[in-house]
Design a protein around this ligand. Sequence first.
Ligand SMILES: [Zn+2]
Ligand SMILES: [Zn+2]
Length: 297
Amino acid sequence: MPLEVLERGVLHERGRRQVEEPGGDDAATPPDLGDLGDIFGGIFGGGGGRARTRASRQPMRGNDVEAQVHLSFEDSLRGAEAKVPVELTVACSECGGTGAQPGTAPVICPECNGRGVTSESQGLFALSQPCPRCRGNGTVIEQPCAKCKGSGRERRLRTYTVKIKPGVKDGTKIRLKGKGEAGAHGGPNGDLIVVTRVAKSDTYERRGDDLIVQVPVSFPTAALGGKVEVPTPEGAVSLKIPAGSEDGKLIRIKGRGAPRLTGKGKGDVLARVRIQVPKRVNKKERELLEELQKGVV
Ligand SMILES: [Zn+2]
Ligand SMILES: [Zn+2]
């Protein structure tokens, strides 16, 4: 493979020396002005052709690929290992990306003799264009690879195993360097971006790294104070309800929330007091409530 690249470079150099046209000042044209070259290619000749030729061989980074991974709420808190299937365009496994049938190699384009450009003289100007036969590559494939039909690429389903840190949220993005689409001409691979999709919880509502949980509290407990059981991801805890707690009051249970993705530690559990009003009362309860209503203790 390095031999081929070297060979192409030599061919390219030769082409550069051979194509000369009035008005062309290519030495000063940076290679990344390929588009500009294309625009003026028809008028100024070789500049466009060569700029495009060079652009087509420049190392190109592969595309990033995004994949979603679905997690239960519990797994988002304790971390998980997820299998992520990703469909990627990769170098053809049969020809290694050359596009030529294994055992054969791309040959020097007979149309342009490997220069990648064709030129014709028109009065004062020598017009040159990217070679239509080899599309500026300087080489052509005579026996295309049967598997990829000469494209050098194939779609392949790859399954990555992704370790997901405890504490990810719905929509957290995890970037896996170099696991995206293959680069071209020696360019680096793109990245794989895994987006976590976390199912809603019946128990908790996530707010940052805190978890809000609704805690039913009887009216007497809210009024007089007492203890209630509150679920947390690592088991229920007994929570003291202060006397005179109003409906909606938030009581913080430190360090029982979601693990923080940045650094150590955890968020909190916020217990929201929900005062329960009895739907039915028995005779005794009715009497007591009526006493309370009258303000008689
Ligand atoms: Zn050609
Ligand atoms: Zn192939």
